[in-house]
Design a protein around this ligand. Sequence first.
Ligand code: FES
Length: 69
Amino acid sequence: MVAQCGGECSCATCHVYVEAGDVGEPAEDELDMLELVAAERRPQSRLSCQLRVGPELDGLVVRIPETQY
Ligand code: FES
């Protein structure tokens, strides 16, 4: 994965599809950046750098769009 901006929510190169797991709702700035993803945007699209790591992510399943690696 590229993750070009290093987690600053300013590049959208860390786009993933969250297939399972409780990751909460995206903030407004993440929603804005999701408008710029290179791969198809889907309802489960998220920027992985904006997901907070914690026990609630146990069982998390993400898929990486081909354009992101
Ligand atoms: S790494 Fe740039 S938005 Fe996630």
